[in-house]
Write a protein of this length. Structure first.
Length: 219
């Protein structure tokens, strides 16, 4: 069985064209960043270490664990070179998001326009975030359609982080978990490659419209 979620965003086609356009033809003298947060990352410590690996044997870990709390990772994927700027925080409110925006602002060279792709999470549209945006005119926000987080490139990095590091790890506490996340980001950046989008936006829009018609006719 496969799960799915159809976007009912009235601006779906417009937003798909906008976001995919940034991926496929990024503006000159500008930075294109895919931004999101991965919240509620659990610091799970396995009760026993895994058994030694052997040829032909899968890695192991105990099913039980001690939970030491959670952290949130704010991340910005540079579409042009594939590198990631990440920052961990205790929560994922607009205050933490603003601190992350300031971190990115300090890291981006002067004179570069910053195009940011992000979803419709309320934190990203908070009045104080909008006020920050008004004070930083070189920043431009581009929102993905509702229920279409798959359109945000940084989600691919989050999936890689989960499968290759978090799901396999055992962490003695929040500090240990955050250190592991930042090490993973550093390792990723050493071999990062430009993000390449290959799906035709017109085909995406057509497939979603077809699925909507099929869904509506079945009710």
């Amino acid at each position: 069985m496969r799960t799915f979620k159809l976007s009912r965003d009235p601006r779906f086609a417009e937003r798909v064209q906008d976001v995919v356009g940034l991926y496929m033809d990024p503006p000159q003298h500008a930075l294109v960043l895919s931004v999101d947060e991965k919240s509620q990352i659990q610091a799970l410590e396995r009760t026993q270490p895994g058994l030694p690996q052997a040829k032909g044997q899968p890695a192991t870990h105990t099913h039980d664990y001690t939970r030491h709390g959670t952290t949130t990772l704010f991340a910005a994927l540079n579409v042009l070179d594939g590198t990631v700027l990440g920052q961990c925080a205790a929560r994922h409110r607009h205050q933490e998001f603003l601190r992350f925006l300031n971190t990115v602002e300090a890291a981006v060279p002067i004179g570069k326009v910053v195009h940011v792709i992000l979803d419709n999470y309320a934190t990203h549209k908070h009045p104080k975030v909008r006020a920050w945006l008004a004070k930083h005119p070189r920043w431009v926000f581009h929102f993905t359609p509702t229920s279409a987080s798959w359109l945000n490139a940084v989600e691919g990095f989050f999936a890689k982080l989960t499968t290759k590091r978090l799901r396999r790890g055992s962490f003695r506490g929040i500090v240990d978990l955050q250190a592991a996340i930042h090490r993973f980001i550093a390792e990723h950046n050493r071999t990062a490659k430009r993000f390449v989008w290959s799906a035709d936006p017109d085909r995406i829009i057509g497939n979603v419209n077809k699925a909507k018609r099929a869904s509506d006719s079945s009710h």
